[in-house]
Design a protein around this ligand. Structure first.
Ligand code: ZN
Length: 233
Protein backbone atom coordinates (compact mmCIF):
# COMPACT_ATOMS: atom_id res chain seq x y z
CA UNK A 1 0.00 0.00 0.00
CA UNK A 2 1.50 3.35 -1.00
CA UNK A 3 1.42 6.58 1.04
CA UNK A 4 -1.82 7.97 -0.39
CA UNK A 5 -3.60 4.63 -0.22
CA UNK A 6 -2.70 4.36 3.45
CA UNK A 7 -4.20 7.79 4.04
CA UNK A 8 -7.34 6.72 2.19
CA UNK A 9 -7.52 3.66 4.43
CA UNK A 10 -7.08 5.86 7.50
CA UNK A 11 -9.86 8.10 6.24
CA UNK A 12 -12.20 5.13 5.85
CA UNK A 13 -11.53 4.16 9.45
CA UNK A 14 -11.91 7.74 10.71
CA UNK A 15 -15.23 8.19 8.90
CA UNK A 16 -16.45 4.86 10.21
CA UNK A 17 -15.51 5.86 13.76
CA UNK A 18 -17.34 9.16 13.32
CA UNK A 19 -20.40 7.35 12.04
CA UNK A 20 -20.39 4.83 14.88
CA UNK A 21 -19.95 7.58 17.50
CA UNK A 22 -23.01 9.29 16.06
CA UNK A 23 -24.88 5.98 16.27
CA UNK A 24 -23.82 5.62 19.93
CA UNK A 25 -25.13 9.10 20.72
CA UNK A 26 -28.46 8.28 19.05
CA UNK A 27 -28.80 5.04 20.98
CA UNK A 28 -27.95 6.61 24.29
CA UNK A 29 -30.49 9.36 23.60
CA UNK A 30 -33.15 6.75 22.81
CA UNK A 31 -32.33 4.88 26.00
CA UNK A 32 -32.58 8.04 28.08
CA UNK A 33 -36.00 8.97 26.74
CA UNK A 34 -39.08 7.81 28.60
CA UNK A 35 -41.72 7.07 25.95
CA UNK A 36 -44.20 6.14 28.68
CA UNK A 37 -44.09 9.44 30.57
CA UNK A 38 -47.51 10.59 29.31
CA UNK A 39 -49.16 7.29 30.07
CA UNK A 40 -47.61 7.16 33.54
CA UNK A 41 -48.80 10.69 34.24
CA UNK A 42 -52.34 9.84 33.14
CA UNK A 43 -52.24 6.73 35.33
CA UNK A 44 -51.09 8.74 38.34
CA UNK A 45 -53.77 11.36 37.76
CA UNK A 46 -56.50 8.74 37.59
CA UNK A 47 -55.16 7.02 40.69
CA UNK A 48 -55.49 10.28 42.61
CA UNK A 49 -59.02 10.84 41.24
CA UNK A 50 -60.01 7.37 42.32
CA UNK A 51 -58.53 7.86 45.78
CA UNK A 52 -60.50 11.09 46.13
CA UNK A 53 -63.77 9.45 45.05
CA UNK A 54 -63.19 6.58 47.46
CA UNK A 55 -62.59 8.90 50.39
CA UNK A 56 -65.71 10.88 49.46
CA UNK A 57 -67.66 7.65 49.41
CA UNK A 58 -66.38 6.66 52.86
CA UNK A 59 -67.42 10.06 54.22
CA UNK A 60 -70.91 9.62 52.81
CA UNK A 61 -71.14 6.14 54.31
CA UNK A 62 -70.11 7.42 57.73
CA UNK A 63 -72.56 10.31 57.58
CA UNK A 64 -75.33 7.98 56.52
CA UNK A 65 -74.52 5.64 59.37
CA UNK A 66 -74.65 8.53 61.87
CA UNK A 67 -77.99 9.79 60.53
CA UNK A 68 -79.49 6.31 60.54
CA UNK A 69 -78.47 5.76 64.18
CA UNK A 70 -79.86 9.12 65.20
CA UNK A 71 -83.10 8.47 63.28
CA UNK A 72 -83.52 5.12 65.01
CA UNK A 73 -83.10 6.73 68.44
CA UNK A 74 -85.57 9.49 67.66
CA UNK A 75 -88.14 7.05 66.26
CA UNK A 76 -87.82 4.87 69.35
CA UNK A 77 -88.34 7.94 71.48
CA UNK A 78 -91.33 8.99 69.36
CA UNK A 79 -93.09 5.67 69.78
CA UNK A 80 -91.97 4.97 73.35
CA UNK A 81 -94.93 6.80 74.86
CA UNK A 82 -92.57 8.68 77.16
CA UNK A 83 -93.38 11.99 75.53
CA UNK A 84 -96.90 13.07 76.05
CA UNK A 85 -96.79 16.81 75.46
CA UNK A 86 -98.44 17.30 72.01
CA UNK A 87 -96.17 20.21 71.12
CA UNK A 88 -93.06 18.18 71.92
CA UNK A 89 -94.47 15.20 70.06
CA UNK A 90 -95.19 17.30 66.97
CA UNK A 91 -91.68 18.70 67.14
CA UNK A 92 -90.16 15.23 67.42
CA UNK A 93 -92.34 14.01 64.57
CA UNK A 94 -90.98 16.83 62.39
CA UNK A 95 -87.43 16.01 63.35
CA UNK A 96 -87.94 12.37 62.44
CA UNK A 97 -89.34 13.41 59.04
CA UNK A 98 -86.38 15.71 58.44
CA UNK A 99 -83.93 12.97 59.36
CA UNK A 100 -85.66 10.58 56.96
CA UNK A 101 -85.40 13.10 54.14
CA UNK A 102 -81.76 13.65 54.91
CA UNK A 103 -81.13 9.90 55.02
CA UNK A 104 -82.84 9.38 51.65
CA UNK A 105 -80.82 12.20 50.11
CA UNK A 106 -77.57 10.71 51.41
CA UNK A 107 -78.65 7.30 50.21
CA UNK A 108 -79.14 8.65 46.72
CA UNK A 109 -75.82 10.47 46.75
CA UNK A 110 -74.06 7.36 47.99
CA UNK A 111 -75.57 5.25 45.21
CA UNK A 112 -74.46 7.77 42.58
CA UNK A 113 -71.01 7.93 44.16
CA UNK A 114 -70.71 4.14 44.19
CA UNK A 115 -71.56 4.06 40.51
CA UNK A 116 -69.04 6.78 39.64
CA UNK A 117 -66.31 5.08 41.66
CA UNK A 118 -67.05 1.77 40.00
CA UNK A 119 -66.84 3.32 36.53
CA UNK A 120 -63.58 5.06 37.31
CA UNK A 121 -62.17 1.90 38.87
CA UNK A 122 -62.89 0.01 35.64
CA UNK A 123 -61.24 2.69 33.54
CA UNK A 124 -58.30 2.70 35.92
CA UNK A 125 -57.78 -1.08 35.64
CA UNK A 126 -57.89 -0.78 31.87
CA UNK A 127 -55.29 1.97 31.90
CA UNK A 128 -53.16 -0.02 34.31
CA UNK A 129 -53.25 -2.99 31.95
CA UNK A 130 -52.24 -0.72 29.05
CA UNK A 131 -49.39 0.74 31.05
CA UNK A 132 -48.06 -2.68 32.04
CA UNK A 133 -48.17 -3.84 28.43
CA UNK A 134 -46.42 -0.71 27.23
CA UNK A 135 -43.78 -1.13 29.95
CA UNK A 136 -43.13 -4.72 28.92
CA UNK A 137 -42.85 -3.68 25.27
CA UNK A 138 -40.46 -0.85 26.14
CA UNK A 139 -38.30 -3.17 28.26
CA UNK A 140 -38.02 -5.52 25.31
CA UNK A 141 -37.13 -2.63 23.00
CA UNK A 142 -34.64 -1.35 25.53
CA UNK A 143 -32.90 -4.70 25.78
CA UNK A 144 -32.57 -4.75 21.99
CA UNK A 145 -31.07 -1.27 21.95
CA UNK A 146 -28.64 -2.25 24.67
CA UNK A 147 -27.50 -5.24 22.63
CA UNK A 148 -26.93 -2.99 19.60
CA UNK A 149 -25.08 -0.53 21.83
CA UNK A 150 -22.72 -3.25 23.07
CA UNK A 151 -22.03 -4.41 19.51
CA UNK A 152 -21.29 -0.89 18.28
CA UNK A 153 -19.03 -0.33 21.29
CA UNK A 154 -17.02 -3.47 20.52
CA UNK A 155 -16.76 -2.50 16.86
CA UNK A 156 -15.55 0.98 17.87
CA UNK A 157 -12.79 -0.55 20.00
CA UNK A 158 -11.70 -2.63 17.04
CA UNK A 159 -11.71 0.40 14.72
CA UNK A 160 -9.65 2.44 17.18
CA UNK A 161 -7.10 -0.36 17.44
CA UNK A 162 -6.89 -0.57 13.62
CA UNK A 163 -6.52 3.19 13.45
CA UNK A 164 -3.67 3.15 15.95
CA UNK A 165 -1.78 0.44 14.06
CA UNK A 166 -2.27 2.15 10.72
CA UNK A 167 -1.16 5.57 11.98
CA UNK A 168 2.14 4.04 13.10
CA UNK A 169 2.84 3.13 9.47
CA UNK A 170 2.20 6.65 8.14
CA UNK A 171 4.99 9.30 8.03
CA UNK A 172 4.30 12.21 10.44
CA UNK A 173 4.30 14.77 7.58
CA UNK A 174 1.60 12.84 5.70
CA UNK A 175 -0.48 12.56 8.87
CA UNK A 176 -0.20 16.30 9.45
CA UNK A 177 -1.35 17.11 5.90
CA UNK A 178 -4.17 14.58 6.15
CA UNK A 179 -5.41 16.03 9.45
CA UNK A 180 -5.26 19.62 8.20
CA UNK A 181 -7.18 18.77 5.04
CA UNK A 182 -9.69 16.64 6.96
CA UNK A 183 -10.40 19.58 9.25
CA UNK A 184 -10.93 21.92 6.31
CA UNK A 185 -12.92 19.54 4.14
CA UNK A 186 -15.48 17.91 6.38
CA UNK A 187 -13.36 14.87 7.21
CA UNK A 188 -12.72 14.00 3.55
CA UNK A 189 -9.04 14.73 2.94
CA UNK A 190 -8.38 11.96 0.43
CA UNK A 191 -10.15 11.45 -2.89
CA UNK A 192 -10.04 8.24 -4.80
CA UNK A 193 -8.77 8.62 -8.38
CA UNK A 194 -11.10 6.63 -10.61
CA UNK A 195 -10.73 6.40 -14.38
CA UNK A 196 -8.64 9.55 -14.43
CA UNK A 197 -11.18 11.59 -12.47
CA UNK A 198 -11.15 12.89 -8.88
CA UNK A 199 -14.07 10.97 -7.34
CA UNK A 200 -14.97 13.79 -4.93
CA UNK A 201 -15.11 16.85 -7.21
CA UNK A 202 -15.30 15.11 -10.59
CA UNK A 203 -12.45 17.00 -12.25
CA UNK A 204 -10.16 15.16 -14.72
CA UNK A 205 -6.61 14.65 -13.54
CA UNK A 206 -3.73 15.13 -16.05
CA UNK A 207 -1.99 11.94 -17.21
CA UNK A 208 1.34 13.01 -15.70
CA UNK A 209 -0.29 13.29 -12.23
CA UNK A 210 -2.16 10.02 -12.63
CA UNK A 211 1.16 8.29 -13.16
CA UNK A 212 2.63 10.01 -10.13
CA UNK A 213 -0.33 8.91 -8.01
CA UNK A 214 0.12 5.37 -9.30
CA UNK A 215 3.84 5.38 -8.43
CA UNK A 216 2.90 6.62 -4.97
CA UNK A 217 6.27 7.94 -3.83
CA UNK A 218 4.87 11.44 -3.32
CA UNK A 219 1.47 12.89 -2.36
CA UNK A 220 -0.40 14.47 -5.27
CA UNK A 221 -3.37 16.73 -4.61
CA UNK A 222 -6.33 17.44 -6.90
CA UNK A 223 -5.85 20.75 -8.69
CA UNK A 224 -9.50 21.62 -8.09
CA UNK A 225 -10.56 20.43 -4.61
CA UNK A 226 -7.02 20.12 -3.22
CA UNK A 227 -7.62 16.69 -1.75
CA UNK A 228 -4.90 14.04 -1.75
CA UNK A 229 -5.44 11.69 -4.67
CA UNK A 230 -5.21 7.96 -4.08
CA UNK A 231 -5.59 4.92 -6.31
CA UNK A 232 -6.92 1.72 -4.79
CA UNK A 233 -5.15 -1.27 -6.27
ZN1 ZN B 1 -10.93 16.95 -6.60
Amino acid sequence: MNRAARLLELQKIDLEIKDKLKRMREISQTLQEDPLADLREKHEEMRRDLEYLESLQRELELELLGISDHLEEQEQLLYSGRIRNPKELAHLQKEVEALKRRRDQLDERLMASLERTEQLRNRFSELERQLKEAEARWEEQRAKWETVERKVKRYLLLLRRQRELLRKRIPPGDLKLYEELARLKGGVAVAELKEGVCSVCGVSVPQRQIEAVRRGDELITCSNCERILAIVT
